[in-house]
Design a protein around this ligand. Structure first.
Ligand code: NAP
Length: 457
C-alpha cells in the first residue's frame, strides 16, 4: 500500500494555515502535512504583525488551532528552513512543498541618513513591540519629542497609533513587556505621518483612519487646504469607495478641530523624504513638497523644489514589506516574491518547478488583509492537488514522518510540536489573566522553548 503523500508547508502564518485547511478539506487524496516554522510559536503575522490593540483580528487563530484536531497535520516549530533543514533534505522528505514565508523584510527609501541609529523600518518597530524574538534587543529610544512615520498604509497607521496612545490603553493589550516599559517612558508628543501623494491616494482603510480620529490621547491634525482635490484625484475618489470614505473621515477630522490632547498626530500630504539629518541618531528630516501629475491615468507625485526640515528625532519608514529569498528557491529580486504561476513555483524564465508551490505574500507581494490569504491559499492548494497524482514520489523509505524527526534530532534541533506550543500558550494566557491582559508574551527563543516543556497550568 502506498504511503500518504507527504507535504511540507514552510511558514505557519495565515497563508500556511489556509493552505493546510484547503488541503485537509479534501478526502480524495491521502496526505500528511508538516507545517514548519522558524519560530517556536505559530501564527506568523497574526502574532508578530497585527497590532496589540487589535485583539479581535487575532481571534482568527482559533480557526487555525482547530486544524490540529486533524491528525494528518503536524506542527514543527523552531525549525529554520535553510539552516536546520536544507532544500535538498526538504525535497528528499516531502512529495510537495509549499512556501508561505510571507515578507520578512522591508522596502527602503534610498536616501541619505537612512542608516542612522533612530531611523528604523516599521517592520522592525512592529516586530519589537509585538515581542518577535529577533527584535527583542532593538531598544528604540523614545526620548525625542517628535517622530516621522513615512507612508500612508495600514502599517503606518498602526505605528502612529501605538506611538500616540496612552500607555494605560496599551497596558491592557498583549504588547511585549519591554515595549510597554519603553512606551511608558516615551517623550514623544508630535507624530508626523508623511504621504508622498494626496488624500485621494491613501492606502489605509477607513476603519483604521476612524480609529485614529477617536484616540483619547492624541489630536489628529489635517489641514483643510490639503483636502482640496485636483480633477484626477476627484475622479479617483469617485471610483474607489475606500478613498471616498477616507476623504469623508479626513473632513470630519478637520471639522472636529484640535482639543489640546497630550499628543498630536499630524497627517501631512504631498511630501517626500529627501534626507535624514544627524550624526549618529536622527536630528531632522528634509522633506520636499510635491504636486500631482497625471501619469498614464494615475496620480504621480513630482517634487516642486520647495523643501522643509522637520525637527524629528526618529524616522520610521513604513513604505511596504518585502519578501526575502530562500536558499535553493527561485526569487524575483525586483518584486521580492517567488516567481510562480497561480501558486506553482517557476524559474525566472517561467519553467514550472515540479512539486514546489507558494502562497501568501511571498506569492503575490505584501498586500491585502489576513483574510485575503484564504482565496490565495485555496488557489495554490487546488494546483497542488491537481498535480499530486503525477508528481514523482519520494523514496518510500523516507515517507514515514518519523524520518524527518530523526534527521532534526540528529542535528540537535529542538522541535516544538503543537502540544508543546499549547503549554507555552497556556502559560502566556494565565500570566495575562492575572493582569487583566489577553496574554503576556514570552519573547526570547530560550524562554519560549523552556515554557514549552513545562506542564500546562
Ligand atoms: P501599503 O498599504 O502598500 O502602503 C505603503 C505606503 O508607503 C503607501 O502610502 C505608499 O505610497 C508609501 N510609499 C511607498 N514607497 C514610498 C516612498 N519611496 N516614499 C514615500 N512613500 C512611499 O503597505 P503597508 O502599510 O505596509 O501594508 C501592507 C498590507 O498589510 C496592506 O495591504 C495593508 O492593508 C495590510 N495591513 C492591514 C492592517 C489592518 O487590516 N488593520 C494592518 C496592517 C497592515 P504610494 O501609494 O504613493 O505608493
Amino acid at each position: 500500500m502506498s504511503q500518504p503523500h507527504r507535504i511540507a508547508i514552510i511558514g505557519a502564518g495565515p497563508a500556511g494555515f489556509y493552505t493546510a485547511e484547503a488541503l485537509l478539506k479534501q478526502a480524495k487524496v491521502d496526505i500528511s502535512i508538516d507545517l514548519i516554522d522558524a519560530l517556536p510559536a505559530p501564527y506568523g503575522l497574526v502574532r508578530y504583525g497585527v497590532a496589540p490593540d487589535h485583539q479581535k483580528i487575532k481571534s482568527v487563530t482559533k480557526i487555525y488551532e482547530k486544524l490540529f484536531g486533524d491528525k494528518r497535520l503536524r506542527y514543527l516549530g523552531n525549525v529554520h528552513f535553510g539552516r536546520d533543514l536544507s532544500y535538498e533534505e526538504l525535497k528528499a522528505h516531502y512529495d510537495a512543498v509549499v512556501y508561505t514565508v510571507g515578507a520578512a523584510s522591508d522596502r527602503q527609501l534610498g536616501i541619505a541618513g537612512e542608516d542612522l541609529g533612530s531611523s528604523l523600518s516599521a517592520t522592525q518597530f512592529v516586530a519589537w513591540y509585538n515581542g518577535h524574538p529577533d527584535y527583542v534587543n532593538l531598544n528604540p529610544k523614545l526620548d525625542m519629542k517628535a517622530v516621522a512615520v513615512i507612508g500612508m498604509g495600514n502599517v503606518a497607521v498602526d505605528v502612529c497609533r501605538i506611538l500616540a496612545r496612552h500607555v494605560d490603553e496599551l497596558a491592557k493589550t498583549d504588547i511585549a513587556d519591554h515595549a510597554l516599559e519603553a512606551l511608558r517612558e516615551s517623550q514623544v508628543e508630535d507624530i508626523y505621518m508623511i504621504g508622498r501623494r494626496g488624500p485621494a491616494q491613501t492606502k489605509f482603510t477607513t476603519k483604521e483612519l476612524r480609529e485614529l480620529a477617536e484616540m483619547v490621547n492624541a489630536d489628529v491634525i489635517v489641514k483643510a487646504a490639503d483636502l482640496e482635490l485636483d480633477e484626477l484625484s476627484q475622479a479617483e475618489a469617485e471610483k474607489d469607495i475606500n478613498t471616498k470614505n477616507n476623504l469623508k473621515v479626513l473632513h470630519e477630522i478637520v471639522d472636529q478641530g484640535v482639543q489640546n490632547k497630550p499628543r498630536r498626530l499630524h497627517i501631512r500630504f504631498l511630501q517626500s523624504p529627501k534626507e535624514i539629518l544627524g550624526e549618529r541618531e536622527v536630528e531632522g528630516l528634509v522633506l520636499e513638497h510635491n504636486r500631482l501629475i497625471n501619469h498614464n491615468g494615475e496620480s504621480k507625485a513630482v517634487g516642486t523644489g520647495e523643501f522643509e526640515t522637520l525637527p524629528v528625532g526618529m524616522v520610521l519608514r513604513s513604505v511596504g514589506y518585502r519578501g526575502e529569498p530562500l536558499a535553493g528557491v527561485p526569487f524575483h529580486e525586483k518584486w521580492g516574491i517567488i516567481p510562480n504561476e497561480a501558486g506553482r513555483v517557476s524559474t525566472l524564465e517561467g519553467h514550472i518547478r515540479q512539486g514546489e508551490y507558494c502562497a501568501g505574500w511571498i506569492k503575490r507581494g505584501p498586500s491585502g488583509v489576513i483574510g485575503s490569504n484564504k482565496p490565495d491559499a485555496v488557489e495554490t492548494a487546488e494546483k497542488l492537488l491537481e498535480d499530486l497524482a503525477t508528481l514523482p514520489r519520494i523514496d518510500q523509505k523516507l515517507s514515514d514522518p518519523q524520518n524527518v524527526d530523526k534527521l532534526l534530532k540528529l542535528k540537535g534541533v529542538e522541535v516544538i510540536n503543537f502540544e508543546d506550543w499549547q503549554h507555552l500558550n497556556a502559560l502566556e494566557l494565565k500570566a495575562g489573566e492575572v493582569l487583566g491582559r489577553p496574554r503576556v508574551k514570552f519573547v526570547t527563543r530560550s524562554e519560549m522553548i523552556e515554557a514549552c516543556t513545562k506542564s500546562p497550568v
